[in-house]
Write a protein that binds this ligand. Sequence first.
Ligand code: ARG
Length: 465
Amino acid sequence: MTDQFSKKAEAWSARFSEPVSDLVKRYTASVFFDKRMAKADIQGSLAHADMLAAQGIIPAADLAAIQKGLAQVSAEIDGGQFEWQLDLEDVHLNIEKRLTELVGDAGKRLHTGRSRNDQVATDIRLYVRSAIDDISGLLQQLRGALVDLAEKNAGVILPGFTHMQVAQPITFGHHMLAYVEMFGRDVERMQDCRKRVNRLPLGAAALAGTTFPIDRLRVAKTLGFDDVCHNSLDAVSDRDFAIEFTAAASLLMMHVSRMSEELIIWMSPRVGFIDIADRFCTGSSIMPQKKNPDVPELARGKTGRVYGHLMGLLTLMKGQPLAYNKDNQEDKEPLFDTVDTVVDTLRIFADMAGGITVKPEAMRSAALQGYATATDLADYLVKKGLPFRDAHEAVAHAVRACDDLKIDLAQMSLEQLRAFSPLVGEDVFAVLTLEGSVAARDHIGGTAPNQVRSAIARVRQQLAG
Ligand code: ARG
């Protein structure tokens, strides 16, 4: 790994009497991974240089040289010609060194009134902010795809479960909309986190601020930050915003994972509620009949990895005294991997939602088993005047009888049902059907197909706005 990096003296080397070993160099360097923040680093440097010039801290000619040089650095990075050097430790020193090669002393003046400590904190905030925007957009795409799926199947009935036991009939549209709500809260959480991410650390310098007459508000404005961090020690040292982001990402993945679990169960031949398009599944190398729901399984697995990053970051932070410590360099890989995992997962899920085929007959026959309309019968008796607890008991007896006779409640005769309560009349059969059961739950948040349709309209409006 070391070989591709040419050997050059460290930016801080004048004070040192012996060089660090190659192992130490590799151990302390972060350029392998933090080069990913190169664009944010350049953006931050441009804003800093602009302010230095505006405040008369560097001459206007230096600003022009820095701008020109950084444009070239940026082009070299884009074109893959930039030569990243391990000896230069991190993304910041690599870019600064190249800039200085290109423009001379102006490049050496860029770091006036700045430290890598506030520089890196700024870069990470810029990086996380743009990740939040990408992820929020992808979440909305996924919500849109799930709404489409819900609309297509607004009236399809399947059993709803509690304790994995058949509970009450629900509509598939309603079930999908549950995830649309969850992912909606995930968007809200991301947006809320963005407010705390979007503050400028630059100006804190190493930890105590700087003796130069800087204008932090100008830099904040240039970089699109809502405000500056108001304490220099806090600005360079805390990574709570990154932890918060990873926590929001963990919750999001938890929702993805729950959904994955359901898709996997639903696709099992024993359940057979759905099929997932072949392009999201793989076969087995030994069992020719297999079609495995790999994508949801992997998403469920990758959830653990994001949770792990959350724990890693929390633990990274917990023992650190103020202000900056090198420990913080360890924040990046978990953060980057969280972003990669979440972005890929959301992209693939938004796509996969369109590849889900619902099998209404299988859902229906499952809903017809397990006395899914027992609560409807109890509610019916309550509406005829029986106290709910008594109704519950009467229906429990009816269910036991059905169990013995191996029939459903709706298959009992009027006389059979009346044996459990004389309040039962001809009109009972309407409430015992699956359609009657779902249609009756006709209020905001209920499973009735017309409620599902108005919920869909509400979300669509939200997504459009
Ligand atoms: N590579 C470092 C990081 O990721 C940048 C800041 C280093 N500052 C320092 N004084 N060593 O945190």
